[in-house]
Design a protein around this ligand. Structure first.
Ligand SMILES: [Zn+2]
Length: 288
């Protein structure tokens, strides 16, 4: 019952923290934005079977596509942790890296996915954070042995030495970033390359990563139900014009390498397996 009691606490915590991060599909606080206790318990027990979050209208009028549970491809598993996802990237036998750590403080969904492979906490060697919002970082403390990496401009936000929005009070998170990343750098772990791209806008230090042919976008983009790429959710994106500029710039950088990118993972919406196409289409339609 200890585990159950812990998960039941989450909705209360989420209810007092939403202004610093994203709600399920990045929309307003409609009913369903804060998961019920039963939903949280369900998602912790069966990570990929969590009920999808409700859709909300995106900035272009398109509906944001809910996370449809997990996602798997060679060497990459995407686990749904309630209204956000965590990427598990295989490094070597028995060793993985995470892209973000999820919203569950006990990292229940991630640990459940690892457990299915016979792995435990110690298998996680590194955590690449897409940005410093709490719904992506709360699970970090469950993996004290893992190296924590984040883009330099978001290190203070991750650690809680800076607040996301001006005028709000910063509160230390207890997380320590072991390695501050720079745009354009590559981190190699167990022979797997993680490429780092700065996509400022959602937060100053928002990062996208490419690993094993998957482009992890964090909250810098979402997908619509029609499979189109949407920019970062306007309610929680600190600089929307910069977010759009960053998406266009990323499209330009990656266009010559489109063949290498097989899937894009968005943190709060459905992932897409149309390669880089959604990002390229967005850039073509938003030249300004
Ligand atoms: Zn988020």
């Amino acid at each position: 019952m200890k585990f159950l009691a812990k998960t039941l606490v989450f909705p209360l915590v989420a209810a007092i923290m939403p202004l610093t991060a994203c709600t399920p599909t990045g929309g307003s606080k409609e009913p369903g934005a804060i998961p019920s206790a039963s939903e949280v318990v369900a998602s912790a027990a069966v990570a990929s079977a969590s009920p999808p979050a409700a859709s909300t209208a995106g900035p272009t009028g398109s509906e944001r596509a809910p996370i449809p549970g997990g996602f798997k491809r060679a060497g990459v598993e995407v686990v749904q942790d309630d209204f956000v996802v965590v990427g598990i990237v295989d490094l070597a036998p028995g060793e993985v890296a995470l892209v973000d750590a999820g919203v569950a403080e006990d990292a229940g969904p991630v640990l459940a996915a690892l457990s299915k492979r016979g792995l435990g906490v110690d298998a996680v060697k590194a955590i690449f954070l897409t940005h410093g919002d709490f719904d992506h970082t709360r699970g970090v403390s469950r993996f004290p042995q893992a190296q924590v990496l984040a883009l330099d401009a978001d290190v203070a936000l991750v650690e809680g030495r800076a607040a996301k929005h001006p005028g709000r009070e910063a509160k230390l998170t207890g997380i320590k970033v072991n390695r501050a990343l720079r745009d354009g750098e590559t981190v190699e772990l167990g022979g797997v390359r993680f490429e780092v791209f700065a996509v400022p806008g959602h937060t100053p230090g928002s990062a996208a990563y490419i690993a094993r042919g998957v482009l992890f976008m964090g909250d810098s983009a979402g997908t619509s139900v029609e499979g189109k790429l949407l920019p970062g959710d306007p309610q929680h994106t600190v600089d929307q014009p910069l977010n759009r500029t960053s998406l266009r710039a990323l499209a330009e950088r990656l266009a010559p390498r489109a063949a290498e990118i097989e899937a894009m993972v968005m943190s709060h919406t459905k992932s897409t397996e149309r390669g880089l196409a959604p990002l390229l289409e967005f850039a073509a339609a938003n030249k300004d």
